[in-house]
Design a protein around this ligand. Structure first.
Ligand code: NAD
Length: 357
């Protein structure tokens, strides 16, 4: 029987340049935005890359700010705002992972300055209108089209320095965006196409990168998957997996990408029976009959962390996390119960196989 199609699809505007060496086009892209005084953002760890980027921009760079931090602390944003004002910036170049791009988005929200994002991880923030900010220990998440970068430059060469363990966890973070897009309440045929392509590309790319960190082809495949997965994250709502990771990160300070890597197969196992169409897509994308087992096997093969216990989760936190994750009702294909989450989290805590595999 042919499916009855009924959907809404909103595309987020962005110009995307993808390939090895594309950062060579940065100067021209800044000029295309009619800008000539760029503020270049980075983390302290990538300060050299920020300086090198400013040098490449030459007269189009007005200064750098290398204070970007995880979870976009508002106090850091204030410092960056002061710097932007002091140098008379007319655009922002954010080069780095989700933390640096988050800072670029926070500046765009407050100033309206256009952002050119140059991602160096697989987190996908550059393709989403979502911004999570922290202040006084509280995390606020907002969705606002003003934070979307105008131009995104994916240069595969910039990902070669991402250490393999970070590549693996960041890539599985991206995989989670694509997987949850397959059973999103507001899913549509375009995001499903992108999600399936993302899952396949990430699986191939991450295997290649885990085997050989310097494989430009493998890096390219992983980054291509990350772009598509980020687009999915920016287009449709996420479910149980993202909710759980949000709780674990926010309440137990667990690291962002490794937490996604541990939880993914367990969250998919929880939802599998309630989302048969999504599982069929996932099976096809992974070339398997059992997508939950395939996700768990992939994670093991590429050396991903398997246990929440290894990420600093306290044993007595499992019960509290299960309770917190059921607090604000949100969409999930299978009803979310505290008992169900407790079983899921216990397995994830110990590194047991996902339920049913
Ligand atoms: P990150 O940006 O925090 O980077 C982690 C570390 O790796 C930093 O020290 C960084 O400088 C370094 N690094 C990044 N790329 C590198 C490279 N190629 N080579 C060597 N070192 C490199 O990590 P992330 O996982 O990309 O981002 C996590 C943050 O992004 C979190 O705060 C998360 O909430 C946010 N995020 C937001 C969205 C969104 O849509 N709003 C989506 C995904 C993630």
């Amino acid at each position: 029987m042919m499916p009855m199609r009924d959907f809404r699809y909103t595309a987020n505007p962005a110009r995307v340049l993808f390939g090895p060496g594309t950062r060579g086009a940065l100067r021209q892209e800044v000029a295309n935005l009619n800008c000539s005084r760029a503020l270049v953002l980075s983390t302290p760890e990538q300060a050299d890359l920020g300086n090198e980027t400013a040098e490449r921009l030459g007269a189009l760079a007005a200064g750098t700010f290398d204070g970007a931090r995880m979870h976009t602390p508002v106090r850091v944003t204030r410092d960056a705002l002061a710097r932007a004002e002091a140098i008379g910036a007319d655009c922002v170049v954010a080069i780095g992972g989700g933390s640096t791009i988050g800072l670029g988005k926070a500046l765009a929200l407050r100033t309206g300055l256009p952002v050119v994002a140059v991602p160096t991880t697989y987190a996908g923030s550059e393709m989403t209108p979502i911004l999570g900010e922290t202040e006084a220990g509280e995390k606020r998440t907002l969705t606002d089209a003003r934070v979307l970068p105008k131009t995104v430059i994916y240069d595969v060469h910039l990902t070669l320095t991402l250490p393999v363990p970070m590549s693996v966890t960041s890539g599985l973070n991206a995989m989670a965006h694509a997987v949850e897009a397959l059973y999103a309440r507001d899913g549509n045929p375009i995001t499903t196409l992108m999600a399936k392509e993302a899952v396949g590309a990430l699986a191939r790319g991450l295997r290649a990168v885990a085997h050989d960190a310097s494989s430009v082809a493998g890096r390219g495949e992983a980054l291509y998957g990350a772009w598509l997965a980020g687009t999915c994250l920016g287009s449709v709502g996420m479910a149980l997996h993202h909710k759980l990771c949000h709780v674990l990160g926010g309440s137990f300070d667990l690291p962002h990408a490794p937490t996604h890597a541990v939880i993914l197969p367990h969250a998919v196992a929880y939802n599998a029976d309630a989302a048969p169409q999504a599982m069929a897509h996932l099976a096809q994308a992974l070339g398997t009959d059992d997508p939950v087992a395939a996700l768990a096997d992939l994670a093991r093969e590429i050396g991903a962390p398997m246990r929440l216990a290894d990420l600093g989760m306290p044993a007595d936190g499992v019960q509290r996390a299960a309770a917190l994750a059921t607090q604000n009702p949100y969409f999930n294909p299978r009803p979310v119960t505290e008992q169900g989450l407790l079983a899921l989290l216990r397995r994830a805590y110990d590194g047991a196989r996902p339920l049913g595999t």
